[in-house]
Write a protein that binds this ligand. Structure first.
Ligand SMILES: [Zn+2]
Length: 241
């Protein structure tokens, strides 16, 4: 559906109740399904149980479909904890491993997650930038190879794939240059939804073009953190006048 109609679902990183409420309000206003996702920083800050409880409540109360997703899951144990607490979807990030190891690492999670109806996102190629103090330098960032993507998806049975095509985590210094030909080439050989990480600060036209070529999930973290911090600052300033 999403591929046929060329639309993507927004996935927003959440750390607390206020951010969740703001995202749900916006999704309801726009009558759009939405993905709430917990990053490593979010889990460290709030704990898996609080995030899960808030996310599940939001899903029950909202009048749009809501998914609760683990972002950049680091290991098997963390994925299992999230599934245990009711996440509907998980990412397992084995992008630091060579292809064969990433396949084995991801496949193990896919088998277990699928047996309880939880979908799995994986990453192939290395997305640059900094997220939660994990930094991939520009020279270590590697774009996703289409042929490797085909093999990876076929062998792991993963549900959606994060690809490295020029975006990065964190704040951009210049305007990010997306490799549209690469998105297209991957889409031609991979049939599952593709995910764009590091979408904060990417111009809307670029995101729309990426979506038209096959991106189905847009991850936003930095913009949410920045606007939350800004709102808190303004509030404190007003109070201390
Ligand atoms: Zn990411």
């Amino acid at each position: 559906m999403h591929k046929k109609n060329r639309y993507a679902v927004g996935a927003f990183n959440v750390n607390n109740m206020e951010i969740i409420q703001a995202i749900i309000n916006a999704a309801e206003e726009l009558e759009s399904p939405v993905i709430l996702q917990a990053s490593q920083g979010g889990l460290k800050y709030a704990g898996v149980e609080y995030i899960a409880a808030l996310g599940k409540l939001a899903g029950r109360k909202a009048n749009v479909p809501v998914a609760l997703h683990l972002d950049h899951g680091t290991d098997f144990e963390q994925v299992m904890q999230c599934i245990r607490h009711g996440f509907t979807s998980v990412m397992i990030d084995g992008s630091r491993f060579p292809l064969e190891e990433n396949i084995a690492f991801t496949k193990r999670v896919v088998e277990i997650a699928h047996s309880v109806g939880v979908t799995v996102e994986a990453e192939l190629g290395k997305i640059g930038g900094t997220e939660d103090h994990i930094t991939v330098s520009e020279k270590d960032a590697t774009f996703t190879d289409p042929e490797e993507a085909r093999i990876f998806v076929e062998e792991t049975g993963v549900d959606y794939l994060a690809i490295a095509v020029g975006t990065a985590h964190g704040v951009y210094k210049g305007e990010p240059k997306l490799d549209y030909d690469r998105i297209k080439a991957i889409r031609e050989v991979v049939d599952i939804p593709l995910v764009l990480h590091g979408s904060s600060g990417v111009p809307s036209e670029s995101l729309q073009k990426a979506i038209s070529l096959g991106i189905c999930k847009i991850n936003i973290d930095t913009d949410i953190r920045a606007s939350f911090a800004q709102a808190v600052k303004e509030f404190v300033k007003k109070q201390s006048r």
